[in-house]
Design a protein around this ligand. Sequence first.
Ligand code: BG6
Length: 288
Amino acid sequence: GVTVCEDKNLIQVRLETPTSSCSIYLNGAHVSSFIVNGVQQFFLSEKSAYEPKKAIRGGIPLIYPQFGPGNIQTHGFARNMQWSIKSTFSEGNGTIGIKFELKDDDYSRNIWPNSFRALYSVILHPAHLELRFSNKNTDIKPWNYQLAFHTYYSISNIQNVHVEGLSQYEFIDKMKKAQKFTESRQNVTIQEEVDRVYVSIKPDTPIVLVDQSNQHKIILKSENLNDAVVWNPWVDKSKAMADFGDLEYPNMICIEAGQIEKPKLLSPGEKQCHKHFIFPSSKQSPSL
Ligand code: BG6
């Protein structure tokens, strides 16, 4: 079912199937929790702010219309604007979904002078999460956008974790002045601050987060999203972030699906749709 409640002074929607649940704040249309068979998949910082116009640290900040620093505020404004509920729907298998809407307003136009309409559907399946983002240019001039599902995963410890599916891809290394390198490893591990945008990922190759300590895997698939970010702030950056605990970094990794290197151009009236799928698979959920 779908319930709407107040949580930390923000409005939150909860979706539930017999085997899974997720929570979404209207502030940012921010998915803050995704539980399958009793196992929480997402990391959420204990230091996170929960305030209108502020991004939540953890879960899935929705990054739009800009990724990273640039002409407008870092990672855009979609993650800290109030979205509205457009509809709820159910599909077979107990699957339940909710569609949120965001349109330009005085606040957004002040930051980014373009008219748009974005729709974001969060669809909870019995054992996976499906995210659909579409946006339409409602302006009389063309504009560009970037997009990312900035997902924070909960892990046992960063030492036990590797990421598969990135081998042979080029990446922009944001720790090395955005120089480009090619990934030579089958299993990408993390032993320091890592901030990389892997580019031009083939649409049919899943990226897999493997946590060896508890035999937990999360399989990620995307449609119409070319890039994937791997980020862990490690020691110094963790200390520098006010809304992130100094000692939380071993328990999280961000693996983001996005359209980053090559922004999408939308002509007046044009629309684009992007999808992302998160399939957890563990001993507790033998269905995968
Ligand atoms: C990642 C970026 O996507 O997000 C990093 O690649 C950035 O450079 C991180 O530090 C967190 O960003 P923010 O704005 O949520 O602190």
